[in-house]
Design a protein. Structure first.
Length: 471
């Protein structure tokens, strides 16, 4: 089964569910507590394939920190698991419900509490949508760089929980580098503050970083202090066509070795380019084996693009086309942002990997994925944050075809094994969730697993926070 069937609670669980609901309603507004099984079922999973999901007993949508604390005190007293959720746009099953749990959806805690141009920080609640924050700080001449492809829907809380990346990470880094401080509700309902709002600070263990990427397994983030940067000049984009993925990866190595600092360096293989054209009729060059997009937001981006264009030609590019203006640049970026949606349209279902390898092994990674696709007779498109080695091999398959589904899962595992073999990691930005639990253990080893479980126990001794994820 690709996706488990979501069923209503069994009759013997009805009394416990009723008690839980009554306790929650005693301290929360009625409109914040959802119990209709048809409604709660819609909160059961995120966007990952091959990840089982249970039936939540209740869904709670708090608006205040105090309401989150109340939920956790009740959950601790009744020993009920709690699954935190944002927009459910994740791709690893980290937000999937477990049977009888409280789903704690934080989407209604969506206020931007402060934007400080002097301190260059924003203080936000977890339900703030990434794009909403980006536009709000832009009005102050500031910039929040982390920009996942789902930035129009994903939330800051979800970005923190999975340590999200994005297209601009090659220059500006990932979410973890922008989280200065957090307010976190612990499993027993206590409120803890971590980190700072100052430019510098090294007091004590860095618990802020510990929570980033913890997938809601250590506590519930209810407020975040985020670092901002001055708004850069508008970037210009260059597109380069290559006769092979290996040549495109060679160009990536030349660009990085040459000391260039692009604001974006993205790769789309021929399968991805064709899928985008089929979906959006954008006129991308389908004769290419790989399309490389490079961007600069420097004071003189045209000069930087010319230098990078020359390196692409030296690596074997058959055509190099720099955008003439911001509108043309945005069109090229739109094509890249449509990649995953377009690949999903190929067969109806996708498994999206996010294996990250050293830049020097990027070519070997793409060649290996092509071999795996041939071995399993599958369509596997690759788009990649090439500048930081983060690849997204995307397996396209028909979920109704049992044999094809089996082959898809097997190919997915081989891709992760290939990434580890090349000195990489099983996830660069999507997280572990349910999908990659076994592979996390392989990557960090038994001692690493033991230490991480010890950390989990220190924060959540009853094991009620997002159980079944990570380990």
């Amino acid at each position: 089964m690709i996706m488990s069937r979501i069923e209503a609670p069994r009759s013997e669980d009805t009394a416990e569910t009723s008690n839980l609901t009554d306790r929650l309603l005693a301290g929360l507004p009625a409109e914040a507590v959802l119990t209709d099984p048809d409604v709660t079922a819609s909160y059961a999973r995120d966007m990952a394939s091959f990840c089982p999901a249970g039936a939540p007993a209740v869904v709670v949508l708090p608006r205040t920190v105090e309401q989150v604390q109340y939920v956790m005190r009740v959950a601790t007293e009744l020993r009920v698991p709690v699954v935190p959720q944002g927009a459910r746009s994740g791709l690893s099953g980290a937000a999937n419900a477990t049977d009888g749990c409280v789903v704690l959806s934080l989407t209604r805690m969506d206020r931007i509490l402060e934007i400080s141009p002097v301190d260059r920080i924003a203080v936000v609640e977890p339900g703030v949508v990434n794009a909403t924050l980006s536009r709000a700080v832009e009005e102050h001449g500031l910039y929040y760089p982390p920009d996942p492809s789902s930035w129009e829907m994903c939330t800051i809380g979800g970005n923190i929980g999975t340590a999200s990346g994005g297209l601009c990470c090659v220059k500006y880094g990932v979410t973890a580098e922008y989280v200065l401080g957090l307010d976190v509700v612990l499993a027993d309902g206590r409120l803890m503050s971590t980190g700072r709002r100052t430019a510098k600070g090294v007091a004590g263990y860095d618990l802020t970083r510990l929570f980033v990427g913890s997938e809601g397994s250590l506590g519930i983030v209810v407020r975040a202090v985020l670092a901002l940067k001055p708004k850069p000049p508008r970037q210009l984009v260059l597109a380069a066509e290559f006769p092979s993925a290996a040549a495109a990866c060679d160009a990536v190595c030349r660009i990085m070795e040459g000391g260039h600092v692009p604001s974006l360096l993205e790769l789309m293989d021929r399968t991805t380019v064709k899928a985008v054209n089929d979906l959006a009729h954008m006129g991308l060059p389908e004769t290419t084996e790989a399309l490389l997009l490079a961007a600069f937001d420097t004071p003189d981006p045209a000069a930087d693009l010319a230098a990078v264009g020359a390196l692409c030609e030296a690596a074997g590019a058959t055509e190099v086309v720099p955008a003439e203006d911001a509108a043309e640049s945005e069109l090229l970026l739109k094509a890249r942002r449509l990649s995953l949606t377009a690949l999903e349209a190929v067969k109806g279902t996708t498994m999206i990997d996010d294996v990250c390898v050293p830049r020097s092994r990027l070519g070997a990674m793409l060649e290996g994925v092509e071999r795996i696709a041939a071995t399993y007779d599958l369509t596997i498109g690759v788009c990649a944050h090439a500048g930081d080695g983060n690849t997204h091999p995307t397996v396209c398959f028909d979920a109704q075809d049992e044999d094809e589904s089996r082959r898809a899962r097997a190919s997915f595992d081989e891709i992760m094994a290939l990434g580890l073999e090349l000195g990489g990691t099983i996830t660069g930005e999507h997280g572990v969730g349910v999908l990659k639990k076994e592979w996390l253990a392989r990557e960090i080893g038994p001692v690493g697993v033991e230490m991480q479980r010890a950390v989990k126990h220190a924060f959540d001794p009853l094991g009620i926070l997002n159980p079944g994820k990570l380990f």
